[in-house]
Structures are given as C-alpha cells and as structure tokens.
Design a protein around this ligand. Sequence first.
Ligand code: PEP
Ligand code: MN
Length: 337
Amino acid sequence: MIIVLKPGATQAEIDHVIEKIQAAGCTPHLSRGVERTIIGAIGDETAIRNLPLEILPGVDQVLPIMKPYKLVSREFKPESSVIGAGGVLLGGRRLHVMAGPCAVESREMLIGIARQVKAAGATVLRGGAFKPRTSPYAFQGLEAEGVRFLADARRETGLLVATELMDPRDLELLASSADFIQIGTRNMQNFRLLKEVGGVRNPVILKRGLAATIKDLLLSAEYIVANGNPNVILCERGIRTFEDYTRNTLDIAAVPAIKQLSHLPVIVDPSHAGGRRDLVRPLSLAALAAGADGLMIEVHHNPEEALSDGPQSLRPDGFAALMDELRRLAAFLGREL
Ligand code: PEP
Ligand code: MN
C-alpha cells in the first residue's frame, strides 16, 4: 500500500502515520520526493487494509501497489532514483562507465589497468576477487588478497571500486573495502545473499540472472530494498536464449522497460552480453541509446593471457576510443559522460 501525504504534511503527521503502520506489524518505507512524500507500508496486506489511514491528518490518498514488487516500482516512487557512492551517482543526467578486468590477477596489472581506464574517463574500477566460474578447475580469483589490491588501486587512482560478493561470509570485508557490491548473474536469486546485502548501505549492482525475467529481476531488487538497503543499481548483461552465436542475448528492450517499471538506475554490461570484443562497441552504443544510465565494460592489458574472459575484454586503447565515441553519443542524447 502507498500512503501519499498532502503537500506540506508536518513531521509530526508523518511520524504518526509511521507509528500506525508499525503498530499493525508492518514496515514503513519513507520516500521524500521533490513534490510529495510517500510512505510505503509493506507487510500483511489485510492488516494494512484494515488501518484507517485515509483519515489520519496529513494523508492525501491511500493506494494499493498493483505490481508484485512494491518499493522498487515507479508506482511507489515516480521520480528516478539517483544512486551511487562518492561522487559517482547513477540515474541522473550524468552517465558512468565502470571498467576493469574480469578478475583481479595481480596488484600491478590491476593498478596499470585502473590508471588507463581512469585516463579514458571511467569513474569506477571493476574487478572480480571472488570469481563465479562454471568449472571448478578454472581460476577462482585471488579472494581476500584481490580485495586488498582493489583497495590499493582505489588509493592509487581515486577510482571507486566494484567487486562481486558470492558468500555472506565475505560481506563485511567487501562492505568495508569496496564502494559498489556486485551480485552476479548466478546469484541473482540467492535470496539469503540478497537479504544480507539489504543490511549494508553500499550500492548493490544486481546483475540479471541467466534465465530471469524482468519481473524476477525486480523482485530480487525488492528483496534488497525491503531488507533495508535502498541503493540498488540494476544491470542487464544478456540472457540465455536459443541463439548461441553470441555468449548471451542482450535484451535491449529490457532497458526502457525496466525504466518504465522501476525508479532504479539501469546499467548494461556489453562484455558478458556479447562475449566478443568486436561486439562491445555496438552493444554499448545501443545501450546508451536505449536509455541506460551507465555501462560496465571488461578491459585487459593483454587479453590473450587473461585468466578469465579474455575474448570479450577490450584493450585499453580500444576502451579509450570507445569512450570518445560514447561521449559524442551522450551529448546527442542530452546526457554527460
Ligand atoms: C562479472 O561481472 O565478472 C561476471 C561474472 O558477470 P555475470 O555475473 O554477469 O556473469
Ligand atoms: Mn567476466
């Protein structure tokens, strides 16, 4: 249920509504928009329906949220959310590109790539320390040591860092050393993990599952927000279809569709979507044209020798050339990069 407050509702009136919702055993979620303040009441539908909310002072309207996901829906919050860390905010006019290697392989390689992607205009360094690999015999990541190298790269370059969390046991480490916490495709429906990241404040980059619908993705985002962390960025990274010429199929329509359904920022990962270096440029351009708020791109100084995802990784010079092109497209789209 959403409770829309009258313009100019006082803090005492807002607090009173919140107390009533809590007394009914439900959880209030406050959203202060430019034009109006809205309170989402989440919990037992019957308990909420029985509350005489309409007659409380300061209340304008009480409306059911028809979608299965509530807090992440545009019905709950009509204005787009601007979410991020430090100065890197996604969902506004400014676009952001997160770039870096698939996996952190060493301190030197990471800092070298970080310097190059920063010079080209990236604002976030990506790099996996805990890697979800299909084969148990493939490189699994440097784990805690890799997280330390990310923190070093952050200190050396000033870039913010994004890295994947696979296990709640590593949450404390990542929450204190990484700016953005990535929940990977394979864990999009690991509901315990989603609840855990609901308990921190770091923005969470939630990647769409291999066979997840848009609704599934939004319900997974709802898990994080309902558990206390409103800072979620959705990432379209391609889904499994019958087409096997590309690694995955980039669902470009998902970008404007999600932006209609949800107030959360949406980014696109063209690297995992296409799985091929030559597809990164066209998919990146398509993503921005479709309304994405940013991109996540894999870059490696020597893709032939990369320990994971070399075939889809751009070389630093290719990344810099792409950034120049993206900047021109951003200007055309009325956005900044
Ligand atoms: C990644 O970003 O390194 C990754 C493993 O991506 P995904 O979860 O989209 O496969
Ligand atoms: Mn990868």
